[in-house]
Design a protein around this ligand. Structure first.
Ligand code: SF4
Length: 695
């Protein structure tokens, strides 16, 4: 419901959905939002917005919101409402009991990309300083952790290289494993506008998305590959560029590690990487691969935008490296209109990574084994830090099943619904002795919790989010926290109850501490953000007091750009006679991830369900018609959905979204994961599909 002309006051804040980070004016009447108006001065959106940001904020006042802290001794017991003090005290005493019994490393924490930078920073600080270990991870583990790894290895910084505006100067735009029309709609509009102006578009995706063909926009090339074969394609593109001499020797000699380039050029020139050889692996015609490679290398400014179709694979990190290799080889980096741009799914994926919520890195992507860095944190945090990397999320689950990880503090993340192989996750959670869930809703993970701490929505707290272009934008409290406390205050209470003092009076003081400890943030403060019109792109420091729109301009952050060979080895998920189809997953425009927010918003104008897309050929073989119920079984589990028969998917491939818990797409995804980061291979699951009667 849009209520016009009723606002009494307003505040500028930032959308809590995708990594575009649109700025909004929240129009209020008393403590109620009456309208979210896209901010014409918002640098990332310039007055534009999509259906989610504009209309899907009603979850903040939904009747499912849990507003009282609760505890229970066993997960089979009923919840008991208690005071904040009792809940926090119980959680702290349980964590200390577990550590006394099982050791210091037997507890840990998980933060979320839904949280602000300041909240995420506090959770990792609590784990490191109060728990005394590095067992902290973030839901970026399951989406863009390969981006962090791959871009750091090649370019030297775990972040996208451009502003969104940069696409206006692109001549060739390559979109890989992403459907911005659904996932990043405001950026998709900008991209399509540039294509309508004449830029060429290359789409690499197993599915015919809206980016391939939509009104007024059509891709010059759609490389419709089999899921799991990305690395073969990127190697074939590189093969064409190198063997046809389309690379940029001057850029490579001046900016890159030439020895690594020579090794890489020799590798990609091998016959196994030729378009003809790769066509057999990927199903993409060799002439299309050649055409796309020539276009990207010679068509002017070439930019690459990629999403989870790149990262959520067994070779996700390899593919990120392959993309960086392509950009460096063609000189498409270090100026406007080019670059390597991860499209971050959630509002603060970039920020949660920046804030040190990985088990091996302190804020600013500095390794925990670095004694000098650790001593800087120890001096300000007044504690001793562990030099050993901690457990990643999947390692926490494994350790729980082995009996060595028994306590978890989980803020803003529904790991039961969002992590792969649900049965494995729930078995691990059931084995733990104390799980503390801090969330808006009694989510699927809370079914395994012993302490529930009510969370606060983005409308109820101050802080910052960092979008996919490294833009730090203010989040402003427009209404009081419904449960009485903002998330950062709750984490602070828990730290104090654990005996580690935290006494921030406002999130601005947390940001000041982040700036004092993080070289890429030294110029960031709430005051500076306001002075610069509401946002700053990091790095922001003495060298770049106004922030950094384009990275790697004069030199790469690591010095010389490093090429790394990217041998293709394929997915561990093999199709067999029993599991003959490959399932891949994605999102729709009007829902968001596990749907915790969009499903609970009365003013979300579109409703839907998860469906299984299946090609007419595969549907015909199985007697499946449009709208039929189908059973989907994998090596991990099974679920039931209704079918959509469509040529958007190719024969041998099926596709679904994962927004509804009742369809449980992650019941069927497996434990297979990226070799470098353990990012789950959500995008490739071998399945069988059969027609079933209505469940
Ligand atoms: Fe929010 Fe993303 Fe939509 Fe912008 S494009 S309104 S950030 S969901």
């Amino acid at each position: 419901v849009i209520m016009m002309g009723q606002a009494e006051h307003s505040k500028v804040t930032t959308c809590a959905y995708c990594g575009v980070g649109c700025s909004f004016i929240a129009e209020m009447k008393g403590n109620e939002v009456v309208r979210m108006v896209p901010n014409p001065d918002g640098r990332a959106n310039q007055g534009h917005a999509c259906v989610k940001g504009r209309f899907a904020w009603g979850y903040a006042t939904h009747q499912d919101r849990m507003l009282k802290p609760m505890i229970r001794s066993r997960i089979t017991d009923p919840w008991r409402e208690v005071s904040w003090e009792e809940a926090i005290s119980y959680a702290a005493s349980e964590f200390r009991r577990i550590q006394a019994k099982y050791g210091r490393a037997s507890v840990g924490g998980i933060t979320s990309s839904r949280c602000t930078n300041e909240e995420t920073y506090l959770v990792q600080k609590l784990v490191r300083a109060a728990f005394g270990n590095n067992n902290v991870d973030t839901c970026a583990r399951v989406c863009h952790s390969p981006t962090g790894y791959g871009l750091k290895q090649t370019l030297g910084e775990s972040a996208g290289t451009q502003t969104f505006d940069s696409v206006r100067k692109s001549d060739v735009i390559m979109v890989i494993g992403a459907n911005p029309a659904s996932g990043h709609p405001v950026f998709a509009s900008q991209l399509k506008r540039r294509v309508r102006e004449g830029a060429k578009l290359i789409v690499i995706d197993p599915r015919t998305t809206e980016m391939v063909k939509s009104p007024h926009v059509e891709a010059s090339y759609h490389l419709k590959l089999m899921p799991g074969t990305n690395v073969a394609i990127v190697n074939a593109l590189a093969h064409v560029i190198i063997t046809e001499g389309l690379h940029q020797p001057a850029f490579i000699n001046e900016r890159c590690d030439v020895e690594s380039f020579d090794e890489w050029a020799e590798f990609v020139s091998l016959p196994e990487n030729s378009p003809e050889a790769v066509a057999e692996i990927t199903g993409v015609p060799a002439e299309d691969i050649r055409g796309a490679a020539r276009l990207y290398a010679t068509g002017g400014n070439g930019s690459i935008y990629y999403g989870l179709g790149v990262t959520e694979h067994a070779q996700g990190s390899t593919m990120v490296i392959g993309i960086a290799n392509l950009a460096m080889a063609t000189g498409n980096i270090g100026r406007e209109g080019v670059g390597v741009n991860p499209l971050r799914g959630q509002n603060n994926v970039q920020g949660s990574c920046d804030m040190g919520s990985f088990p091996h890195e302190l804020p600013g992507y500095r390794h925990v084994s670095d004694t000098t860095v650790r001593s800087q944190f120890e001096a300000i945090w007044n504690c001793t830090l562990d030099a050993e990397p901690g457990l990643r999320i999947p390692n926490m689950f494994d350790a729980a099943l082995e009996g060595s990880f028994m306590g978890l503090y989980c803020e803003g993340e529904d790991i039961v619904q969002s992590d792969p192989n649900t049965q494995h996750v729930t078995a691990a959670l059931a084995a733990m002795e104390c799980i503390v869930v801090q969330d808006l809703f009694l989510n699927e993970t809370a079914k395994y919790a012993h302490v529930f701490l009510p969370g606060s929505s983005f409308l109820e707290k101050d802080g910052t989010f960092t979008n996919a272009e490294r833009r730090i934008s203010r989040v402003r409290k427009v209404m009081p926290p419904k449960a009485g406390k903002s998330d950062w205050e709750v984490t602070m209470m828990l730290a104090n109850a654990l005996g580690y003092p935290m006494h921030y009076r406002h999130p601005r003081e947390i940001m000041d501490e982040i700036a004092a400890l993080t070289p890429t943030f030294t110029g960031v403060s709430y005051k500076r953000i306001d002075e610069l019109g509401g946002s700053i792109q990091w790095p922001c420091n003495d060298a770049a007091p106004e922030g950094t729109p384009t990275m790697h301009v004069e030199a790469f952050v690591r010095g010389r750009g490093r090429f790394i060979n990217t041998k293709f080895f394929g997915s561990g998920e093999k199709v067999t006679r029993k599991f003959p189809l490959v399932l891949t997953t994605g999102r729709i425009l009007s829902q968001y991830n596990v749907g915790a927010q969009t499903r609970r918003t009365h003013n979300n104008v579109w409703h839907s369900e998860d469906r299984l897309e299946i090609h007419p050929h595969d549907a015909g073989e199985r007697g499946i018609a449009e709208g039929d119920w189908v059973g989907i079984a994998s090596r991990a589990g099974q679920t039931v959905l209704r079918a959509t028969v469509t040529e958007r998917v190719q024969p041998g491939v099926v596709y679904t979204t994962f927004h509804f818990p009742e369809s449980g797409a992650n019941v069927i995804t497996t434990n297979s994961s990226d070799w470098a980061t353990n990012c789950p291979e959500y995008k490739v699951t071998a399945v069988q599909v059969t027609r079933v009667s209505q469940p």
